[in-house]
Design a protein around this ligand. Structure first.
Ligand SMILES: *Cc1c(COP(=O)(O)O)cnc(C)c1O
Length: 404
């Protein structure tokens, strides 16, 4: 087994954060915080208090007192702490899928006469499916970018497909399979040079990779809060709409919560001012509470320290994989250069589907992604170097057992 994990944990300035998560004291190895983050220990008691005091105590008054504004206030906190977004441009609600639909439709409507929507073939399924649905609904053509599944969209590839017909470009900042870290400012500039809008999916970057939406001139972004933001299963997603678009863009799901005066209950819909118009129905308040807890923790640690730990963890995983797994035929399917890699590492081997099933039984929890990829997610604040070492050692053992 590759050495150095204990020394790395001892030298890690963020090591103590791990104890703030439920289950940290157990031997289980969790390599899937990029699919569902662990809960924070403060979240259980906080939810219980919410039920007793706010929901149970304030009852319907809670909406006036605090809940009504939470989609915007939690959105502003998200913007400030993890997205590089000034206030008034981020809102929380719906799911990523629904927000993708709403923002794609908004963008297409804002580029009338343009006939193409650009997306890459290795984008997350929901992004591709929603894009296909919007294209069909609006009579657009999908223009696909073919990418290397062990990498992601490059500036050259994007420049080759955008043009005067492009209405919208949809890309993930961190590719869910390979962890390829896209060049947000450069790709945004290329889309803009063609007169197109760009929608970034931040599901695999928010809370793990620094994002600078305002600085990069991004138009639109969405992301979920249950991966690196530890909001829990089904916690609400977020959307970002750049200030310059807020007055002119509308969205297709006209609900009362996004209307100018929800409690007027008037005969017709008129959109609210600002980012609130991107809401539709009653937002999931309970699902935002755990996100607030995690945002507080990320603010305390600082996004740049979180990224530094993330790079150290993925680099260590690559090093250990090179040493103990490559001899067994395992191939790295993520960028080697940490500057081009997000918070996870994918390792390919023809037997990884079988390996994953056995690992889960042994309390080592990675994810499996076709074709034969073992995805090692390393949530920076809740994962230790010792976990990386023992988890990858278990991968070696299981593979050896299967090929013996
Ligand atoms: C996880 C993920 C989603 C999830 O969408 P939901 O609507 O929350 O199910 C969407 N896009 C990407 C890129 C993801 O990684």
């Amino acid at each position: 087994m590759s050495g150095g994990a204990d020394e790395r944990d001892a030298a890690d300035p963020l090591a103590a954060y791990r104890d703030r998560f439920v289950g940290a004291e157990q031997p289980l190895v969790y390599f899937d915080g990029n699919s569902l983050g662990r809960p924070l220990k403060v979240t259980g008691p906080r939810l219980a208090r919410f039920v007793e005091e706010e929901w149970g105590g304030r009852l319907i008054r809670g909406w006036d007192e605090r809940w009504f504004d939470l989609p915007r206030t939690v959105g502003d906190d998200l913007g400030r702490i993890v997205l590089g977004a000034g206030p008034g441009q981020t809102a929380v609600g719906d799911s990523t899928t629904v927000l993708l639909y709403k923002l794609m439709r908004s963008a297409v409507a804002a580029r009338p006469g343009r006939t193409e929507l650009v997306i890459d073939r290795d984008n997350f399924p929901t992004d591709r499916y929603v894009a296909a649905g919007v294209a069909e609904e609006c009579g657009l053509t999908l223009r696909w970018i073919d990418v290397d599944p062990a990498a992601g969209v490059t500036p050259e590839q994007l420049a080759a497909v955008v043009g005067e017909q492009t209405a919208l470009v949809v890309i993930s900042q961190v590719a869910y399979r390979s962890a390829w870290l896209a060049d947000v400012p450069e790709l945004t500039r290329i889309a803009h040079d063609a007169g197109a809008l760009v929608l970034w999916d931040l599901c695999h970057s928010a809370g793990s990779v620094p994002v600078a939406l305002d600085d990069a001139g991004v138009d639109l972004a969405v992301g979920c809060t249950y991966k690196y933001l530890n909001g829990g299963p089904g916690s609400p997603a977020f959307c970002y709409v750049a200030r310059r678009h807020l007055d002119s863009m509308t969205q297709p799901i006209w609900g009362w919560m996004g209307a100018v005066d929800p409690f007027l209950m008037g005969p017709t819909y008129a959109p609210a001012e600002g980012i609130r118009r991107f809401l539709s129905g009653t937002p999931p308040i309970v699902g935002m509470l755990a996100v607030q807890d995690m945002l507080e923790l990320v603010a305390e640690a600082g996004m740049s320290a979180v990224r530094a730990k993330s790079v150290a963890l993925t680099s260590y995983a690559v090093e250990v994989a090179d040493e103990v797994l490559a001899p067994a035929g395992v191939v790295l399917a993520s960028p080697r250069d940490p500057a081009q890699r997000g918070g996870h590492v994918t390792l390919n081997h023809p037997l990884m589907r079988e390996v994953t099933a056995i690992l889960w039984e042994r309390d080592v929890i990675p994810d499996y992604r076709d074709p034969h990829g073992l995805r090692i997610g390393l949530s920076p604040l809740s994962t230790s170097f010792a976990e990386v070492a023992s988890g990858l050692e278990m991968v070696r053992e299981v593979l050896a057992g299967l090929t013996a």
